[in-house]
Design a binder for this molecule. Sequence first.
Ligand code: SF4
Length: 271
Amino acid sequence: MHPESPPYIPETCVWELTLRCNLRCMHCGSKAGKKRPLELNVTQCLKTADELRELGCKYVTFIGGEILLYRGWEKIARQLSRLGAQVNIISNGWSLGEKEVEQIKYAELINVGLSLDGMAGNHDKIRNRQGSYQRVLQAIDRLRAARIDVGIITTLMDFNLPDLNPLHQLLVSKKVTAWQIQIATSMGQMAAHQDALLNAAKMAEITRFFRVKSGCLAPVMVAGDNIGYYDENESCMRNLPGRWGTMGWVPGGTFGHRHRQRRQRPRLRIT
Ligand code: SF4
């Protein structure tokens, strides 16, 4: 680093607390399932949380695996919230009941992101578990009843593309605040499903959808980092002053995000 360069500050952090998961999704980038042998315990994580804030970290997203399966996640999240960070989680929604809603309140999260990959048939197929669609819908309802902001993350392949319009209607009816759309990539479990990957020729269909739905008041449309870059709709998705942030997400694996000034509902942030 040049001596006059500003110090590097890790403002954002995506923290995969556990690899343990209750689903086995066909697009899972990290092949989640069992916890790793050397995952940090809560005491170690609390210390790490302190260190993150000392380094200047402002935004933390907890993921898994399934984050709600990590016992004590809410204590770590609460500590970061109390230290001034903006904290949220991404969950598959399967085990999000009333107890988990109380944990979310305790942790003082700014929002909760839930994964929803299509209407009932396609979502359950991708998530490899019957009933997972209904579980996500119940989770949305529980969170909204508790006045907690909800964002939805949808991962696209070839066969769930037709679900975009009905999904939009559903999310409007459920008063979801933001909707991130991204493309499944050939890694992890998805490497075995090459034939289901999105045909690149259909990218324009997605960017057009984005342009049209960006005109709606809600949900705020958020483009994953692997959507676009090719056509005239790009400016609707990124780089407009005052637009919402963009977040890149690899299913079940790594999130990365660039936080930008928010245009609407400033309490919400999804990664
Ligand atoms: S994609 Fe998410 S919910 Fe699905 S198996 Fe991977 S970590 Fe679990």
